[in-house]
Design a protein around this ligand. Structure first.
Ligand code: 5AD
Ligand code: SF4
Length: 433
């Protein structure tokens, strides 16, 4: 049976799709990349904002017509929307044949095999806060970078966020499993690994914390680059910053979600830090690693946010100068605390504020890229450039796409490139022999 998986949302979902592919393959299903030959279409979904959910529902609406010409085609929903909406999904669209929550992926083969009749519907969204998918090695879909899940779930309950409700309580994978998975990946040729979790800084397994984990991964010979996502500013310790600076393989690249630059809003978000604390971390990081690229997430128009409070976010973004910022308009999620707050901000104001943040960040990012001109950067060459067959493209340690004249024998290698130009958000350079 051919299975096509379409993934939405964060890197955790990308990693989960790879996990699901592995679970299904073991039971002799084939994973296909062409939706036209699929017997089963699985949507791995995200609930973090309403827009993300609407997009998937739209996609399912588009694809359900396939059932007219292929009566036994099955459509399933997994991931955060499955967990949040459960059976309701089938009421919203009866062409959905199965719904499987984030802790029940081991049951997917049996669930799919159990759908005999056209109107059969299966739903399993039982929460299991202990599920870590031990002994299942995902099928890594990338060629150069592999995602490795080190923990699942989240205990932080930021008041705007649905994730603790959809992904359950925080749990760390055993250290030995992580190390052996990364060692295996290294043997397969991957040199770049991203460690994943909703809050990697609170990784804890027996006596190994996140700083220790990084040190251990740094020792795996075949691996040349290490990144990790996502870090929570309240838990990013000095120890981790020190290990980042001292470990040659840990890249100078950190995603650190600021969310707001106003202390009262941060408190109402239940973020557990102040704007000063956040600013101080960015300074510590830059002191320890002068070339570090810091990216962030910001929410515009959180309930109760005044013009002055919004301005503080704007000013702090300007002061910190992130390499890039993912900016979002606040989206109320049913079941979260913030959705119940009485002082919701009208949509027009949320959008207006979002626009201001986007414009500010565009200028900063452009400037940050210009500052790279003249630098010599190590590039992990991934592919022939989309624009010219005589140019190669790859990523720098600080995660900037870099293009330079060269031939395809360089693919998969690390080269030194001198940056000569920044065109939009792509660096251009020349190979240094
Ligand atoms: N509305 C808008 N943005 C949100 N995020 C999480 N929940 C919401 C929400 N309800 C953003 C946060 C988080 C990123 C993954 O998504 O900025 O860091
Ligand atoms: Fe959501 Fe906060 Fe957990 Fe991140 S740390 S997943 S924003 S609750």
């Amino acid at each position: 049976m051919n299975i096509y998986i379409e993934t939405y949302g964060c890197q955790m979902n990308v990693a989960d799709s790879e996990l699901v592919a592995s679970i299904l393959k073991k039971e002799h299903f084939s994973i296909v990349e062409d939706i036209n030959i699929a017997d089963v279409i699985i949507f791995n979904t995200c609930s973090v904002r309403q827009h993300a959910e609407d997009r998937v529902l739209g996609r399912i609406n588009n694809e359900m017509s396939r059932k007219r010409s292929k009566k036994d085609l099955k459509i399933g929903v997994i991931g955060c929307m499955a967990q949040r909406l459960d059976k309701q999904l089938n009421e919203m669209n009866s062409s959905i044949d199965f719904v499987v929550g984030v802790d029940q992926y081991n049951h997917l083969p049996a669930i799919i095999n159990g759908l005999y009749n056209e109107n059969d519907f299966e739903c399993n969204t039982i929460v299991n806060d202990a599920e870590i998918y031990k002994d299942i090695y995902p099928i890594h879909s990338g060629k150069f970078n592999a995602f490795v899940t080190i923990m699942r779930g989240c205990n932080n309950f930021c008041t705007y966020c649905i994730v603790p409700y959809t992904r359950g309580r925080e749990r760390s994978r055993p250290i030995d499993d992580i190390i052996s998975e990364i060692t295996e990946i290294g043997k397969k040729g991957f040199k770049d690994v991203s460690l994943l979790g909703q809050n990697v800084n609170s990784y804890h397994y027996k006596n190994v914390n996140f700083a220790e984990l990084l040190k251990k991964v740094n020792k795996i010979e075949t691996i040349k680059r290490i990144r990790f996502i996502t870090s929570h500013p309240k838990d990013l310790s000095d120890d981790v910053i020190k290990v980042m600076a001292e470990s040659d393989k840990v890249c100078e690249h950190l995603h650190l979600a600021m969310q707001s630059g106003d202390d009262e809003i941060l408190a109402r978000m239940n973020r557990g830090y102040t704007s000063q604390h956040f600013y101080d971390i960015t300074q510590k990081l830059r002191k320890a690693m002068p070339d570090i690229s810091i990216t962030t997430d910001i929410i515009a128009g959180f309930p109760g946010e005044t013009e002055e409070q919004f301005q503080r976010t704007y000013d702090l973004m300007k002061k910190i100068q992130f390499d890039y910022a993912f900016t979002f308009k606040y989206s109320p999620r049913t079941g979260t605390k913030a959705a119940e707050f009485k002082d919701q901000i009208p949509e027009t104001i949320r959008l207006e504020r979002l626009k201001k943040l986007i414009e500010l960040q565009q200028d900063i990012t452009t400037q940050k890229y210009k500052e790279q001109i003249g630098k010599i950067k190590e590039i992990y060459v991934e592919q022939i450039s989309k624009k010219s067959e005589y140019e190669m493209a790859g990523k720098s340690r600080d995660f900037k796409i870099t293009v330079f004249p060269g031939d395809s024998t360089l693919i998969g290698k690390f080269v030194k490139v001198k940056i000569t130009d920044a065109v939009g958000w792509t660096l251009k350079g020349e190979l240094i022999k």
